[in-house]
Write a protein that binds this ligand. Structure first.
Ligand code: NAD
Length: 481
């Protein structure tokens, strides 16, 4: 792998400020062509225990630093990430597959959480509470929760780590991270830069490993861990929540979604199509906030489909490092097969493929950007998280009815509303049972605002003041006479 800064290519686990080998190695491959990129140490449950011990030992000193001292280290980390953004983007594209411009966007987005939380930790104010008894004085202080463990997915291998580690470290917590085995290189490069930034040994630790259940058990059940934070599928999230119960850990869960995208007859269709493309085809549709069900009012349905079809037909498919590519491979063959299964199921139930609908000759992990019409709420495509470059369109005729259909899912992560009517937009935004609703845009996530879901899409928020609060314990202090 050609990098301007070869130090970023780390192949070992990072525990207590040391780079450690595993008993064996994991092959890391380019999903675009199967090429072997690197072999990374395969960490174990014992490594996870060592990492938790290191984080636990580092916690007292790190929490005792002033917020300004912690912020200074984090700002150096932020700056090093920005200085190395081109290399980090290249690593990300090679191991994950997304186009280079998107990978660069993720690096900058991921770094923005570090910068923002470095600033926000200086405002960890408590309260003085008007007393209920003249002889008593009441107040609150906010203190870091303690050791935080994190498990992250492969679809945003940089930002899903910084969204957790930045507020945790800023608050004064220490962290242990288990990144996805598909994308360890982006994760380990972050540790290298954290070390260069001056994060003390043990404050940030990383264990990559194929034994996810074994490592996961340590991270969710070790009594020294105060909080567990997870991003990934709802099924695995439920399992890990159950594991956390034995020691009553604090938890944050960023899980799967089934986002509705509602286009009303008063929408600006060009805006709607641009938003739909951004939310549906970014990262080849492998985004938790990806549009999953496109509901278009019957009066504008045909025009919308023509415009969306034209936009999708223009997409350049190929290796993420090649110029102008807007859609790369999906993460592995299983993912492509899953998408194809959903397409075949929809066709069998009467849906019509307008474009795509098949594998591509570019490589075994490529699936054509696909547009399907005639979809119904009963099809698997509408009920399951698609996680691929597949846009299914349905018709609707009534506002109340489409809101009801949009809400009829156990998921509650993101939803989209396209309308130029301010009253309708407000009404529908408020009626949708989702943690996040975007109106007339397909891109909304930022470090300054709370990201997260309701229902089975999760617990807690990342980003904004809410994201910071996740890592504090509020202590009530009562002083008697
Ligand atoms: P996944 O749940 O299969 O894996 C996520 C992480 O959990 C990986 O690191 C994996 O190794 C680990 N893991 C798997 N089984 C485990 C176990 N038994 N014990 C401990 N760890 C285990 O999810 P994925 O396929 O990597 O990611 C895609 C999913 O993540 C989608 O459902 C997507 O919606 C969701 N996601 C959600 C958000 C959000 O913010 N809500 C963001 C990105 C992705």
């Amino acid at each position: 792998m050609q990098l301007a800064n070869p130090n970023l290519l780390k192949l070992q686990n990072y525990i207590n400020g040391e780079w450690r080998d595993g008993a064996s190695t994991i092959d890391v491959r380019d999903p675009a062509n199967g090429e072997l990129l690197a072999q990374v140490a395969d960490g174990s449950a014992a490594d996870a225990e060592a990492a938790v011990a290191a984080a636990s030992a580092a916690f007292p000193a790190w929490k005792s630093k002033t917020a300004a001292e912690r912020a200074a280290v984090l700002k150096r980390w932020y700056q090093l990430i920005m200085d190395n953004a081109d290399d980090l983007a290249r690593i990300l594209t090679l191991e994950q597959g997304k186009p280079l411009a998107e990978a660069k966007g993720e690096i900058v987005y991921g770094a923005s959480f570090i910068e923002w939380f470095a600033e926000e930790c200086r405002r960890a104010y408590g309260q003085t509470i008007p007393t209920h008894n003249p002889a008593m004085r009441l107040s609150t202080i906010r203190q870091p929760v303690g050791v935080v463990t994190c498990i992250t997915p492969w679809n945003f291998p940089n930002a899903m780590i910084t969204r957790k580690a930045a507020p945790a470290l800023a608050a004064g917590c220490t962290v242990v991270i288990k990144p996805a085995v598909e994308t360890p290189l982006s994760a380990l490069a972050l540790c290298q830069l954290a070390e260069e930034a001056g994060l003390p040994k043990g404050t940030i630790n990383m264990v990559v490993g194929t034994d996810a259940p074994g490592i996961g058990q340590v991270l969710t059940q070790d009594a020294r861990v105060a909080k567990f934070t997870f991003t990934g599928s709802t099924n695995v999230g439920k399992l890990l929540m159950a594991q956390c119960a034995s020691t009553v850990k604090k938890m944050s869960m960023e899980l799967g979604g089934n986002a509705p995208f509602i286009v009303f007859d008063d929408a600006d269709l060009d805006t709607a199509v641009a938003a739909c493309v951004a939310t549906k085809f970014r990262n080849a549709g492998q985004t938790c906030v990806s549009t999953n069900r496109i509901y278009v009012h019957e009066a504008v349905h045909d025009e919308f489909v023509v415009k969306l079809r034209a936009a999708v037909a223009e997409m350049k498919i190929g290796h993420g490092c090649d110029d102008g590519v807007s859609v790369g491979p999906v993460i592995h063959r299983r993912a492509a097969e899953r998408v194809n299964g959903l397409v075949q199921d929809a066709i069998a139930a009467g849906a019509k493929v307008e474009l795509g609908g098949d594998y591509l000759p570019h490589g075994e992990n490529y699936y054509a950007p696909t547009l399907i019409t005639g979809v119904t709420d009963e099809m698997r495509i509408a009920r399951e998280e698609i996680f691929g470059p597949l846009a299914p369109v349905q018709k609707f005729s009534d506002e109340d009815d489409v809101v009801r259909r949009a809400n009829e899912t156990p998921y509650g992560l993101a939803a989209y509303v396209m309308s130029e009517n301010i009253r309708r937009a407000n009404r529908v935004v408020e009626a949708l049972e989702y943690g996040m609703v975007a109106c007339n845009t397909g891109v909304f996530s930022t470090a300054v605002a709370p990201f997260g879901g309701s229902k089975e899409s999760g617990i807690g928020r990342e980003g904004g003041v809410e994201g910071m609060a996740e890592f504090y314990e509020t202590k009530y202090c009562c002083f008697g006479a």
